[in-house]
Design a binder for this molecule. Sequence first.
Ligand SMILES: Cc1cc2nc3c(=O)[nH]c(=O)nc-3n(C[C@H](O)[C@H](O)[C@H](O)COP(=O)(O)O)c2cc1C
Length: 195
Amino acid sequence: MKVGIVVGTTREGRQTPKQAQWVATTAAKLEDVDVEIIDLADYPMPFFAEPISPRYNPNRVVDETAQKFLDKLAEQDAYIFVTPEYNHSIPGVLKNAFDYLDFQMNRKPSAIVSHGTVGGARAAMHLKEILSEGKTVPIPSFVAFHGVSEGIDDDGNLSEALKANPYGPQAQLDGMLAELKWYSDALAAARAQEA
Ligand SMILES: Cc1cc2nc3c(=O)[nH]c(=O)nc-3n(C[C@H](O)[C@H](O)[C@H](O)COP(=O)(O)O)c2cc1C
């Protein structure tokens, strides 16, 4: 499984990259898993302003930076979106990136790791709806994390106390990654059969 871990914020002083690093470090330990962090800060796209909805525009001309982001998504077998909650939803910069999508994530699975005062759960629920329209397959499990600023250090290491909790974020992430791998393998086999 080639998994792209999308960092869903770009603001100065943001916390999301360290949560994404924790996810990446955990995923990289699994067998048959290649991990790539896809940071929206590296893809400063303008606000989407194409004249026709991307999936209905075979002759679309895409902003150069947005196209690089889409090409990077297309390379992956699976996705993990790491997002905080902004105003009870996902950050605008992440929604804008989704508005550029056409078929890059078609029939590939995606998962969510969120954070915020209620674990970013409201953003995660909105994101599940958006992912459905992104033509990806949102898997059932997700990780909603409260207290990222104290719970994960700047290098993406989870605190020892959280690691030791059998129902804590590490256990949830491990379960979610196993589920994502299962869906990724199953959907890759189905896509191959169809090709
Ligand atoms: C514009 C903005 C809106 C926010 N709205 C919420 C919110 O509705 N619910 C919540 O739990 N946290 C909210 N927060 C707190 C963020 O979830 C928290 O600051 C998180 O670290 C943001 O991710 P970032 O550091 O990568 O930007 C908000 C933060 C910002 C900057």
